[in-house]
Design a binder for this molecule. Sequence first.
Ligand code: MG
Length: 266
Amino acid sequence: MTSKTYYLIINLIVLFVLSITYSTAQQNYPSTPPAVSPMEMKPEMTEIWEPEVKIITPAKKLGNAPSDAIVLFDGKNLDQWVSQKDTTKPAPWKIINNDHIEVVPGSGGIQTKMKFGDCQLHIEFSAPDEVKDAGQGRGNSGVFFQNRYELQVLDSYNNRTYRNGQAASIYKDHAPLVNAMRSPLEWNTYDVIYTAPRFSDSGELDAPARITVLHNGVLVQNNVTINGLTLYIGLHNYPSAHGDDVISLQDHGNKTQFRNIWIRKL
Ligand code: MG
């Protein structure tokens, strides 16, 4: 026997043994999960009990403040607000029928005394009783989160304007998904979940602000990124780091009305 033939025979034997081993292993490999796992799981192993979830009382009527909300305006007074022109002065807007407030054009915006970061806000608004002017001139106001980022308030009922400037837009940043505006004689609701921007210790932007908005119960902003400080002219950005800040309502020269304002810190 030549050495070449010898090696060929050895190789054939090795291949034969390997193929038997492989087919035996295949036969032994289970095709279904084992009946008993290495550690037997019990229902309680995936139950978390402590600490107990805080109990609050929701409002009897959807849209009203739950027990853990801070009521910012309930028709009685503007004690939670001050003038933006002079923050040592009371908010200069008019309370009507112990029900709602109306912007007093020219008096300036109003802002909360308290400062907020992440929050859930409920606010109701109505276009002025008298429908006049068009575009950005009709029922314009705005809710500014952290005194910087504007959720637009406008009478967008039969009133075209630029899409990222109509009601429920993040002004000049994101158009709303749909126009859910009611007629000027009806009240609208905004329900907002706002996440403040995060900054590093050195003042760099770690994460931009995010916002979700329901307009009259309809999702119009779905956890969108706020691209920065609201500007009328120019691209939005984050010029400087900041912490919690006030919520402000804009005086844009129109008699826009607000009622039932409450907030929950998140
Ligand atoms: Mg505005």
